[in-house]
Design a protein around this ligand. Sequence first.
Ligand code: ADP
Length: 345
Amino acid sequence: MPEISRKKIEKIIKETKLSDGRNLIDEGLIEDIVCKDGHVQISIFANQENFKILDPLRKQIENALIKSEGILSATCVLTNISKNEKVDEKSVKTKKVIKFEGVKKIIAVASGKGGVGKSTLAVNLASSLNDMGKKVGLLDADIYGPSIPHMFNLKGKPDITVDKKIVPFDFKGIKVMSIGFLIDEDQPVIWRGPMVHSAIKQMATDTFWGDLDILIVDMPPGTGDAQITVSQNLPLDGAIIISTPQPVALNDAKKAIGMFNKVNIRILGIVENMSYFLLPDGQREDIFGKDGAKDLAENININFLGSIPLDKEIRINSDQGDPTNLKKDYFDKIASKLIGLAEFL
Ligand code: ADP
């Protein structure tokens, strides 16, 4: 199937008009158009005033696109951002634009590399903190692979308040919000640049968190645009880095630490995941190497917050969708350290 051109997409948007004959291209309201392998994603500048007019048009554009040859799926999102407010992705400077009323501390869980257990740590930390009587929220900002809905077995769209705030899911006391609730699960996410910025910012600003002691943010992996966007836009009080003991993961962890240093976000410490495997006879097997993250912490003079073993129950639990069922000392110890550190932030 031939790939549809950007020009053709723009033509379809232009032909799908408002009742007064105006179109979004000429009005300059199209923020970005991305098309990859037949999947089209479009972001449209919107605000409280024009939302009601743009929302039906957004659907009409989607319907018009999906009928066109060369398009497998089409998603249009309204982004709550002013036209003049664009991120400069090259500049790495701290700009805290979003206020979180009622949230005492915002802590990021980050990794340089995907698949090292970042979401697992974020989820289980939230659960341990909740057990310890803290009011805790979890914001899944991993736009490229949001796994929090799956880990909590949460489906569907969150409720919206009368003043258009998103109500996070309440899972046994943990407030949960994920970019995964706002996008279609089966759609490959091919957002980039400004779209990533808008999606993260919109989710962060428009969620009604209420009073929280700690909001844990599951960061996008890596040190690219999405991670920088979150670091620049959310008022993070500190970051926890997670890595396996392998040199390849540690190198990426160092890059993540460097990125946070650049944007002046304090590193609270490093957690080592998949540190060892306990054999049935009680012997430890260091599958991914020994003490790599612990040594890194010592070398660069940051806190070592603890080790998590390779544990089948972790994997089973994250697939079963109720992290509150998993009670593990190693997560509780990290959570206790975090509470202690957060007091001084
Ligand atoms: P990331 O967020 O870094 O991409 P995840 O937390 O999603 O990684 O973990 C990837 C997978 O590995 C998940 O299925 C999770 O259950 C599993 N996993 C993570 N840490 C452990 C561990 N210590 N023991 C067993 N399975 C783990």
